[in-house]
Design a protein around this ligand. Structure first.
Ligand SMILES: Nc1ncnc2c1ncn2[C@@H]1O[C@H](COP(=O)(O)OP(=O)(O)OP(=O)(O)O)[C@@H](O)[C@H]1O
Ligand SMILES: [Mg+2]
Length: 341
């Protein structure tokens, strides 16, 4: 059983795939067996970053049932101990996965005989991405030090928390109804926070809500600030930590600050991981530091798998749209303009 590390972001193009590929190399260099899975369905490109030919079956084949076992999708990367599972480039059209397929993928990945499973996810807050992200309570979130990206990371976290809370309760139960009602009311402009909702659930359903909320309290996302230029960028990142703690009641950890580095686009162009093509670059050094933190036994034991219901019921579509579009702005207290240094 490998440690599952989903890699997500609110905004696209912030460096998830580059980070996933290079973290894979760095963990393999530390002697860990790593499976890198391309779960950016519809936008799979991890094979390119790894310099692999796009001719192997992948997650798309599983979804279209031309392949039934996830083990059969594992291919070698040419780097010792680093393995790869392609996305859906050969067989696309896998935008909305049903719950049984998501469960099959998550279970299949976690059962592989590896130390780590790194999951490169699509940008944004689709249910696919959120549910893959919730396969661990300490996934990575990548952001760049710009206000829009930080806000999107915050929205992503908020949607993941709503979804995690929702999936903590049995299908069609009164707890879920309270959560959906709350989410639709938020759309009408009420100021209530996620913590207000938790308070109400505890009041109305003490028997079930206590355990669910206690479990959600152990969510511990780890944030990578990528493409930073100066130490001032750290302050922008700190703001994400502050609003997450104040409005969502969760702690986040900054696990790495990767500089903007020309070595990255150059290596991407050459289709070679930065750690292989430019092992002495600043970006490579940061990725190695992140890998050491992930491989630390204390961090590894904290990365427990949450117990959530995986089922068909979704937060009503209207509530989802509301969360996706209104999340953030109203609760981001300071003037965004002063941070765009
Ligand atoms: N630290 C960095 N310094 C300079 N360029 C970077 C850095 N990190 C990523 N990039 C560049 O940003 C681009 C996007 O990176 P990547 O594809 O990993 O993002 P992504 O978050 O996976 O995007 P998507 O959301 O589309 O999947 C790449 O072309 C890469 O060269
Ligand atoms: Mg990507």
């Amino acid at each position: 059983m490998g440690i599952m590390i989903p890699i997500a972001s609110g905004k696209g193009g912030v460096g998830k795939s580059v980070l996933a590929a290079n973290l894979g190399v760095a963990l393999a260099e530390l002697g860990k067996t790593v499976v890198l899975a391309d779960l950016d369905l519809g936008g799979a490109n991890l094979h390119t970053i790894l310099g692999l030919k796009n001719r192997h079956a992948g997650i798309g084949n599983l979804v279209h049932r031309t392949e039934s076992k996830i083990e059969a999708l594992v291919v070698e990367t040419g780097i010792p101990k680093l393995f790869f599972i392609p996305g859906d480039v050969l067989l696309p059209g896998t935008a909305n996965l049903d719950y049984s397929m998501k469960r099959k993928i998550i279970k299949g990945l976690s059962a592989l005989p590896s130390d780590f499973v790194l999951m490169d996810l699509g940008a944004g807050s689709s249910y696919n991405t959120i549910d893959f992200f919730l396969s661990s309570f300490s996934g990575l979130i990548v952001t760049v030090p710009e206000v829009t990206s930080i806000l999107n990371a915050y929205s992503f976290l908020k949607t993941a928390l709503f979804r995690g809370l929702f999936r903590s309760f049995p299908p069609r139960g009164p707890e879920r109804k309270m959560i959906t009602d709350f989410a639709s009311r938020r759309m009408e402009g009420t100021e209530e926070s996620f913590m207000t909702l938790e308070g109400r659930l505890l009041e109305s359903f003490p028997a079930t809500a206590e355990a669910a909320i206690a479990q959600l309290g152990t969510i511990y996302p780890r944030v990578v600030l990528n493409m930073g230029r100066s130490s001032r960028d750290l302050a922008v990142g700190a703001r994400l930590r502050d609003i997450s703690s104040r409005n969502l009641g969760i702690k986040i950890e900054y696990i790495g600050f990767a500089p903007r580095d020309e070595a990255v686009p150059r290596s991407v162009l050459e289709r070679r991981p930065v750690l292989v093509a430019r092992p002495d670059s600043p970006f490579a050094a940061t990725v190695r530091a992140i890998a050491r933190r992930l491989a630390d036994p204390a961090a590894a034991s904290a990365a427990s798998a949450p117990r959530l219901y995986m089922d068909n019921e979704d937060l009503v579509a209207v509530a989802e749209e509301g969360l996706a579009t209104t999340a953030g702005q109203d609760e981001f207290p300071e003037d965004p303009r002063d941070t765009s240094a």
